[in-house]
Design a protein around this ligand. Structure first.
Ligand SMILES: Nc1ncnc2c1ncn2[C@@H]1O[C@H](COP(=O)(O)OP(=O)(O)OP(=O)(O)O)[C@@H](O)[C@H]1O
Length: 226
């Protein structure tokens, strides 16, 4: 999928400039966004290559979710442009699941949208769930899942269909410690597989392990590389 916030092609997308050679899978340039009169994002840039993990950090209300929604094509910037190379998976901050469907039915539904047959979607969904220490029951409706398990369903749905770019908005809310570590192991595996992963996070202890940090705190708002 390629989403552009303007009609001009983004320079650099898919190119392999520099010495590291990895193609750019997500390129956001000069993103400006205001709600009413309040400017939330003021010329934010983010470039993520294949095999990179980027963290978006910042105080509450700094614009992290807004930036991710713009990257996902779910919100329009006032200025700037976004390009994505390949398929995109998005995990919203609040679990975007349907109360009266089972997890298995979610796998089938979301899998169909990603071109997977029902059996393959079910198999892949259950595999992904196991990596988060979740054994998927057959009959439980999403409304009856615990908060942490609903969030696991949210992460699995984002990763279903093997997207090239993963945008994850504080995806581990409600996870127990083991599942939280499992989640980050998945992130490192996705990086090894060459995906571009963007995680909105408040967990500063993991920032030494990501490839870049976009700090949206007031007075910063610019891209920083570790
Ligand atoms: N649809 C909207 N309409 C009006 N204001 C909005 C809208 N979405 C977000 N905002 C405002 O924009 C600002 C940034 O919101 P955003 O959710 O992007 O912040 P955040 O950094 O993700 O915050 P948090 O850490 O609390 O999740 C907030 O002041 C929020 O109230």
């Amino acid at each position: 999928m390629v989403y552009r916030a303007s009609t001009r092609p983004a320079q650099g997308l898919g190119e392999t400039p520099g010495d590291d050679g990895a193609p750019v899978l997500l390129h956001a340039r000069g993103i400006v966004k205001s709600y009413r009169r309040r400017r939330v994002l003021n010329g934010v840039d983010l470039t993520v290559r294949s095999g990179e993990v980027a963290a978006i950090v910042g105080s509450n209300g700094a614009g992290k979710s807004t930036m991710l929604k713009i990257c996902a094509g779910l919100a329009s910037p006032d200025r700037g442009r976004v390009s994505v190379r390949g398929r995109l998976g998005y995990c919203p901050q609040d679990a975007g699941v349907m109360d009266f469907l089972t997890p298995g039915e979610h796998f089938t539904l979301f899998g169909a949208g990603r071109g997977l047959r029902p059996a393959a979607a079910s198999r892949r969904g259950r595999e992904l769930a196991r990596t988060l220490d979740w054994s998927v029951g057959r009959r439980t409706l999403a409304k009856d899942l615990s908060g942490g398990t609903r969030q696991k369903l949210n992460v699995v749905l984002a990763a279903l269909g093997d997207p090239d770019v993963l945008l994850l908005d504080e995806p581990y809310q409600g996870f127990d410690r083991g599942s939280y570590l499992d989640f980050w192991k998945n992130v490192w595996d996705w990086r090894e597989e060459g995906k571009a992963v963007v995680v909105v996070t408040h967990m500063l202890s993991r920032l030494d392990r990501v490839d870049q940090v976009l700090d949206l705190s007031p007075r910063t708002g610019t891209e920083a590389t570790l």
